[in-house]
Design a binder for this molecule. Structure first.
Ligand SMILES: *Cc1c(COP(=O)(O)O)cnc(C)c1O
Length: 376
């Protein structure tokens, strides 16, 4: 038996990832920003559910200058597979884990002198320099050095730590409106100017995520951090870049019930048949990462027809009304969400139905559905 039980095809609920979409999206982003600006491919949260390790070669081949993740664990997974490729951890790492960043050559975000000294110490023990990016808080108030004089003094002390190599400096936009973005950008560049005047310079200065890199070309600087966009999830309003969704979530009908008028379906019989109804059972549920709150709102697409999900969505299964597809049979494909073709909803539509954003829909896809990679 295949030892990769996740991918040996024993379950019909799968996530298809079109690698040619990811390749083209990456290329279009690189073309948009031009040669002067590097593109960091953000593959945190298992590549927004797409499978970070599996998509990384495509991203690397099509122009990613580095892979960016949120946590050291995510970085270690990639570093094991791609030891020579630069991987940036954009979040903070606990003090006790910093030596691993040094040991495995992972680029760590630093926002305190305390952690810079710890990492410097760990790197000195290993006799190999550790690479870092400094994070500056320009208003978001998540992580980052303060842009006050005290913050700048701390950053300048980092320049003196012999085992640290500071590759970059970055900040993050709250994306409230043009005026607040500009204010953040100006706070960021004024910090950089002070540091550079003191001889502290940076190869990669960066502040733009997917939305900002399209809508605010003037904030692209030396590097942009593209997450949503590489998966074909669009959030831009003013600018444009051609990207298409790479992910399709689908299953197959595993059972069909004939529910008589007045009978209930699923927990609490929360749905009752208004008339005799053919009902499909589908082997996916909220444990696969489908939002449970899509009850009474969600649907799957079978033979090109949107079939409402009825009753409470269970952990592993849910039911759909087949009234509009009388020919549907066990084994028919049901698209849970796709790229918009075949009348299926795309991730944008599902996120609106679920009252959340596109990134949450995909990043919460669990490890249970097998990922199938197409068009490599
Ligand atoms: C997740 C993340 C990004 C990517 O965001 P998208 O909106 O998906 O492009 C960029 N920068 C930081 C610091 C992040 O945490």
């Amino acid at each position: 038996m295949n030892t990769d039980i996740k991918n040996c095809g024993l379950r019909d609920t799968v996530i298809r990832v079109d690698l040619s979409a990811i390749a083209e999206n990456m290329e279009h982003i690189c073309q948009l920003v031009g040669k002067e600006t590097a593109v960091a491919a953000v593959v945190k949260a298992n590549g927004y559910g797409h499978g970070a390790r599996a998509i990384a070669p495509t991203l690397i081949e099509h122009g990613a200058a580095l892979l960016a993740v949120a946590t050291l664990e995510e970085a270690l997974e990639l570093k094991q597979a791609f030891p020579d490729y630069p991987v940036l951890v954009m979040g903070l790492t606990p003090d006790r884990a910093l030596p691993y960043a040094a040991e495995y050559g992972i680029i760590q975000t630093i926002d305190s002198l305390h952690q810079a000294r710890l990492l410097n110490h760990a790197a000195a023990d290993l006799r190999q320099p550790a690479r870092i990016h400094l994070k500056v808080d320009t208003g978001f108030h998540r992580i980052g050095f303060s842009d006050s004089e005290a913050g700048i003094r701390e950053m300048l002390q980092i320049k003196e730590l012999p085992y640290l190599v500071t590759d970059g400096i970055f900040s993050h936009l709250a994306l409230l409106d043009d005026a607040s973005n500009l204010e953040q950008y100006q706070r960021f560049t004024s910090v950089i100017n002070v540091l550079q005047a003191e001889g502290f310079s940076f190869r990669f200065r960066h502040i733009a995520d997917s939305i900002a890199l399209v809508d605010y070309p003037e904030y692209r600087m030396d590097m942009v951090r593209a997450g949503a966009l590489i998966y074909g999830l669009r959030g831009f309003h003013k600018g444009f870049v051609k990207v298409r969704q790479a992910l399709t979530f689908e299953t197959k009908i595993c059972h069909i019930s004939n529910v008589h008028k007045g009978e209930g379906v699923s927990y609490d019989y929360a749905w009752r048949a208004p008339e005799d109804t053919r009902v499909a059972t589908l082997p996916f549920g909220y444990a696969d990462g489908y939002p449970r709150n899509l009850r009474d709102r969600g649907f799957v697409t079978i033979r090109g027809v949107r079939c409402p999900i009825i009753g409470v969505i269970c952990m592993d299964q849910c039911m759909a009304d087949l009234s509009q597809v009388p020919d549907a049979q066990i084994g028919d494909t049901a698209i849970i969400y796709g790229n918009g073709s075949d009348n299926a909803p795309d991730i944008q539509e599902i996120s609106q139905l679920a009252q959340t954003n596109k990134n949450e829909i995909v990043s919460r896809l669990s490890s249970r559905p097998a990922r199938i990679y197409m068009n490599a």
